[in-house]
Design a protein around this ligand. Structure first.
Ligand SMILES: [Zn+2]
Length: 446
């Protein structure tokens, strides 16, 4: 997702004449005056800006991951729809970062970085009114999900790495005692009424097998539960969005898995950055739980995993624009549950925010007026410490804070170079262009 260009009002389109009567109304006049009065903007109570830690050591190796999506929908009957998804992983080190001009990065320098250290993954899903011989959309999408995570055949670059990472997370293979079978999930065959009975599971390290209840074939990727939102010949656009967030997650955890298994000490000097929140919605949260357990397991072993997600849109991002202006430089704010519910979400819900879905706490950070961020930082705790937020809960915080100044981009406000570069690789709006995808989707389905 690209960085926002600033909040400019849209151009006026309708005729101004019809507005005259409204504007002349005394009540509307009074209201409009109060809209324009900056004194009315109130900063909520309950914010404690704390000084950013200064005792961290900068991390030298940086991975970043991002995904993008382009859904091509035919605007005439039968309204065919195909989604294209791309996700990318980029590796940089401080040396490469140091060579880059932060204001006007030289295209050749960027090209070299990308050529040597970028991986990407691409796939597509038929969502509606696309014919796949002998298959319903429901089962076609399930198979594509499985084959896409395996990613062999199309893209040798990944060579099955995402599937290895999925198994590493799902079976908790980091642990000396991994899971003997995967946590039970809804079977795509015998749980079609979504009664909530979860029969399906797979034995250790298996990617596919048979449902213990109905014996039909199931895939490890069925654990995401995306089939629960699909009908026989219909998949909503959300399915493609959900796949993208799974792909981004698996990509950013691939170096974690690799170094944990092969050269664990490298992780002590590595920063992992994901574009967007560290959160997996709805049924995808089946992955958030083992991820949280990994962070907490590694921390217990005295092994801090340094990861953050940067949020660039949504209610937390908007709230940052509201409270960030008056915050002191070099400070951070870790909101508690009451603050999140009352001041950010304006919700009456009494539950713990993000209890099952999130694997990172939302932290507001201000370095200076141009560099303000919403970062999601893992705590390894269910609920991410929002009941009683303290700095000690944020895993690897001081080392990540020490690294941030080296990552700042001068091209956009609140931008980080590794995310900016990985955005460029993952972007589908520039390459291949939407027009090419449009033509491609026509040629495969007409
Ligand atoms: Zn079954």
């Amino acid at each position: 997702m690209p960085y926002q260009r600033g909040n400019r009002l849209p151009a006026e389109r309708a005729s101004k004449i019809g507005h005259l009567e409204v504007i002349q109304s005394p009540l509307v006049k009074k209201l409009c005056e109060s809209f324009n009065n900056p004194d009315i903007v109130q900063i909520p109570d309950g914010i404690t800006w704390q000084v950013l830690p200064k005792d961290g050591n900068p991390l030298n190796i940086i991975f970043s991951a991002d995904g993008s999506i382009q859904t091509i929908e035919d605007n005439k009957p039968p309204f065919k729809a195909i989604s294209f998804i791309k996700a990318a992983l980029l590796k940089m080190d401080q040396h490469a970062l140091g060579k880059l001009d932060k204001e006007n990065p030289h295209p050749f320098t960027i090209r070299d970085i990308m050529k040597e250290s970028a991986l990407f993954h691409a796939t597509s899903f038929p969502l509606r009114h696309v014919v796949i011989p002998d298959k319903t959309i429901y089962h076609a999408v399930r198979e594509i999900l499985f084959e896409s995570v395996k990613d062999i055949g199309f893209n040798n670059s990944l060579d099955g790495a995402m599937m290895e990472t999925l198994k590493w997370i799902a079976f908790e293979k980091w642990n000396d005692e991994p899971k003997k079978e995967i946590e039970k999930f809804g079977c795509p065959h015998c749980d079609m009424d979504r009664s909530g009975k979860s029969h399906a599971t797979l034995p250790f390290n298996q990617e596919s097998g048979n449902c213990p209840n109905c014996s039909n074939e199931i895939f490890i990727t069925d654990m995401f539960g995306l089939h629960q939102n699909m009908a026989e010949d219909f998949a909503p656009n959300q399915v493609a969005f959900d796949y993208m967030s799974v792909a981004e997650t698996l990509l950013i955890f691939t170096p974690v898995r690799y170094f944990w298994e092969n050269r664990r000490e490298v992780l002590k000097n590595t920063l992992l950055i994901k574009d967007g929140p560290l959160s997996l919605r709805a049924t995808l949260a089946k992955l958030s739980a083992p991820i949280r357990r990994f962070f907490s397991y590694a921390k217990e072993k005295d092994f801090n995993i340094h990861m953050f997600g940067q949020e660039k849109s949504g209610v937390f991002f908007e709230h940052l624009q509201l409270i960030g202006e008056s915050a002191p430089d070099n400070s951070f704010f870790y909101p508690n549950n009451t603050y999140i519910r009352n001041e950010i979400q304006h919700s009456n819900s009494g539950g713990i925010y993000g209890l099952d879905t999130n694997y990172g706490a939302k932290i507001f950070i201000k370095i200076n007026d141009y560099n303000k961020f919403i970062l999601n930082i893992p705590t390894g705790l269910r609920g991410e410490g929002v009941e009683n937020p303290t700095i000690e809960k944020l895993i690897g915080f001081s080392d990540m804070v020490a690294t941030l100044p080296k990552l700042l981009s001068n091209r956009f406000e609140g931008a980080l170079v590794p995310i900016e570069l990985v955005n460029g690789i993952a972007s589908l709006s520039t390459y291949p262009s939407a027009k090419v995808l449009d033509l491609f989707s026509k040629s495969v389905s007409d």
